[in-house]
Write a protein that binds this ligand. Structure first.
Ligand SMILES: N[C@@H](CCC(=O)N[C@@H](CS)C(=O)NCC(=O)O)C(=O)O
Length: 211
């Protein structure tokens, strides 16, 4: 097998999810960075890989995979241990629900192209920032509620799951947009995750293209 290639950008929280999953699964990879603020995601060479013009994309043994959750679930199937999804169907659905609150209902509403469209539509920087901040706060509040009553250092007990893989990057965006982090449980989960090299080494500021 050739070394997988991850197309990403240091600040991309969707790429951050995949970096964490690759690290947890102990898969070595090579990075190709695309500068999103300079429009690298819309370069013809990259659009040939991912017609959506979004990072991440993962080249794996001659195929190109897109969408961070699809990539994480692919990695789960290719490298089952350590598992990111529980064996029990109900527990698995709950993990996926938290992951999807973030990856389907929160992050896509505040990503770069959406914020740029708001600017084009006439919103000023304060209004754009408010949009992103409120969107993220709403998503994180829902995650916190979904985790209520749970125990253990991670989102769901004592094992890292796909929910943690999505939560930690979203908290980076939360800070970036000035969200008041009023969820002690989420912050405790984040601290536990960041104590693991798989998370810490995947952090935006640790990437070679960090600015
Ligand atoms: N649902 C996609 C989201 C991908 C996405 O929005 N990526 C952002 C960076 S985090 C991006 O490429 N933005 C560039 C743009 O909006 O033009 C996934 O999970 O992979």
């Amino acid at each position: 097998m050739t070394t997988p290639v991850l197309h990403g950008y240091f600040r991309s929280t969707a790429a951050y999810r995949v970096r964490i999953a690759l690290n947890l699964k102990r898969v070595a990879w090579r990075d190709v960075f695309h500068h999103l603020r300079h429009g690298g995601q819309r370069a013809p060479d990259y659009l040939a890989l991912n017609p959506q013009g979004l990072v991440p994309a993962l080249e794996w043994d001659g195929v190109v995979l897109t969408q961070s959750l699809a990539i994480c679930e692919f990695l789960e199937e290719m490298v089952p241990s350590p598992a990111l999804l529980p064996g029990d169907a109900v527990a698995r659905a709950k993990v996926r629900a938290v992951a999807q609150v973030i990856a389907c209902d929160t992050h896509p509403v505040q990503n770069l192209r959406v914020l740029q469209r708001l600017r084009v539509a006439g919103l000023d920087e304060t209004a754009v920032n408010d949009w992103a901040r409120d969107t993220i706060a709403e998503g994180l509040a829902a995650c916190d509620a979904l985790l209520a009553g749970g125990t253990g250092q991670y989102c769901f007990g004592e094992r890292v799951t796909l929910a943690d893989v999505c939560l930690v990057p979203q908290l980076v965006n939360a800070r970036r947009f000035g969200v008041a982090l009023r969820w002690p449980r989420l912050l405790a989960v984040e601290a536990a995750c960041l104590a693991l090299p798989a998370f810490a080494e995947a952090a935006p500021e640790r990437q070679p293209d960090a600015e």
